[in-house]
Design a protein around this ligand. Structure first.
Ligand SMILES: Cc1cc2nc3c(=O)[nH]c(=O)nc-3n(C[C@H](O)[C@H](O)[C@H](O)COP(=O)(O)O)c2cc1C
Length: 172
């Protein structure tokens, strides 16, 4: 597990190679196995493998999403706010499980933050995406995870990266 954690980096350059159905299936198994507060399971996932739709999603905010137009696939991670008051936490865990299983599958991912982000002219990134994907208003969007085969390797981390001063024992 730690080996995978050291290796994982955010990947924003992808090749055109499509993702095999079996890999995507295992990635979604990971998403659905994520823990959930009070077993409420508020998370909803939209898998987007159509290039035209990912192109539209890539302009959902002015910065930090443009590379989505070149991703083979993306997964919109959203939560039903009527089902859980902590849908954000649940979705963040599911999104992380997606990223880690994708890494295990030899794929690269990058988190694209949507919650609290603006599209333009005071329209939220979320409402822009709701329109494109025909999503109901109670399904709140946390993030989009871009996924694809890595176009080039990024160096993993080693122990020198660890900020051990952030760990406190017993008292802060
Ligand atoms: C909550 C969250 C939001 C993020 N939002 C974006 C984003 O909108 N666009 C982007 O390119 N990267 C985004 N990232 C990726 C971070 O930039 C990245 O994780 C960080 O630079 C550390 O690099 P690493 O993932 O390669 O270790 C986000 C990561 C997290 C955890």
């Amino acid at each position: 597990m730690l080996e995978l954690f050291y290796k994982r980096r955010s990947i924003r350059k992808f090749t055109d190679k499509p993702i095999e159905a079996a890999k995507l299936e295992r990635i979604m198994q990971a998403a659905l196995l994520a823990p959930s507060s009070k077993s409420s399971y508020p998370c909803e996932f939209v898998i987007v493998d159509q290039k035209e739709i990912n192109e539209k999603l890539s302009v959902c905010k002015p910065l930090g999403a443009g590379f989505l137009k070149n991703a083979a696939c993306s997964i919109v991670v959203a939560g039903d706010a009527d089902k859980s008051d902590v849908w954000i936490e649940d979705c963040a865990i599911a999104a992380t499980f997606i990223q880690l299983q994708a890494e295990k599958e030899g794929l690269g991912t990058c988190w694209i933050q949507i919650r609290e982000r603006e599209y333009k002219d005071e329209q939220s990134a979320e409402s822009y995406i709701h329109e494109i994907l025909n999503m109901p208003a109670n399904i709140k969007i946390l993030a989009i995870i871009a996924i694809g085969y890595k176009d080039g390797e990024k160096a993993g981390r080693d122990e020198t990266f660890l900020k051990k001063e952030k760990i406190h024992m017993n008292t802060f």
